[in-house]
Design a protein around this ligand. Sequence first.
Ligand SMILES: Cc1ncc(COP(=O)(O)O)c(C=O)c1O
Length: 384
Amino acid sequence: MNQHTRVDQAPIPFIDVGAQRRRLGTKIDEAVGRVLGHCQFLMGPEVFEFERMLAQFCGAKHALSCASGTDALLLVLMARGIGPGDAVICPSFTFCATAEVVALIGATPVFADVDAETFNVNARSIVRAIETAKREGLSPKALIPVDLFGLPADHDAIAAIAKEHGLFVLDDAAQGFGASYKGRKLGSIAHATATSFFPAKPLGCYGDGGAVLTDDDALLDVLKSLRVHGHGTDKYDNIRIGLTARLDTIQAAVLIEKLKIFPEEILARDRIARRYNEALGDIAIVPRVPDGYTSVWAQYTVRLKPGRRDGLANALKAEGIPTAIYYPKPLHRQQAYKHYPVADNGLPVSDRLADEVISLPMHAYLEEATQDRIVGAVHRALRA
Ligand SMILES: Cc1ncc(COP(=O)(O)O)c(C=O)c1O
């Protein structure tokens, strides 16, 4: 093997968190240093400053930071008083947290199918999931659409169904925060929106973190109470059962710096996704962004003919290129969730996608030469 070959086969990170860290230089160290100086590790000034910036960024009236994306979803369902006997409709083709929070509060997740083109929940399947829930004697209370892989769900269609059936819409924008739908950013569309700052997310922190975005003043008051043990007028006045779900001040300080460069990073991600689409459109089914939508490309995910995926993953791995499968098993097939109802007794698109999807390295700092190396390897593997 000559030296050139070795350089070409150097491992590529799937998401290069270090590249962003290098770009931010000493800003993060200084921001963390300020927190270490004032020692207000919980609910310090950076938390409120970050919440203000986050709400402004997406055009929501309020942002409430919390300890994770899962807590963001959970807090909203708790605040709505959803519980046993209630149904919450959500897609099956998603990360488990979307349905986990429903089960945690004793309600029943009812799974809907997704669209093969967008990977997002299908409006007709939502209606059938509502019918399924009623047939099972459950009261449908809420919908949790997911903006999967960074692309907004069809929020107009979802809002129309929610209105007709009196349902609350909690958008799971853990992967999509920063994206927009018909000129509005996620966070300003649903009744409440949850997002995650897990380090690999488009806007990630250096640990766990999350936030709820909403315009609803009354909901915000309950969320604030639930975030800290259900407090009332002071912390030793407990008026409801709550959680310990605060965002650490150090994480807020990190996020303030990252949010400043997030708009530029979104543009970079979009440029990289378009280059992938151009280069791979003739050998794989590449993701399309519907008119009027933008994506933050939390994942760049293509579909392949059945049976091609393992060969591609292995060929890329041999060249130092990681891939990932989001998601190899839809939730309605998982041991923990398979006893919950599904629309129409079956979700064929979710099942099919689980066999066809594969995600390639994607982050705002993916250089063109590296991307070309990935594209070349994909072509070689799929043409073989
Ligand atoms: C769609 C979706 N929902 C919820 C979550 C949960 O977020 P967190 O890991 O911050 O709890 C994630 C992230 O991992 C996610 O991808």
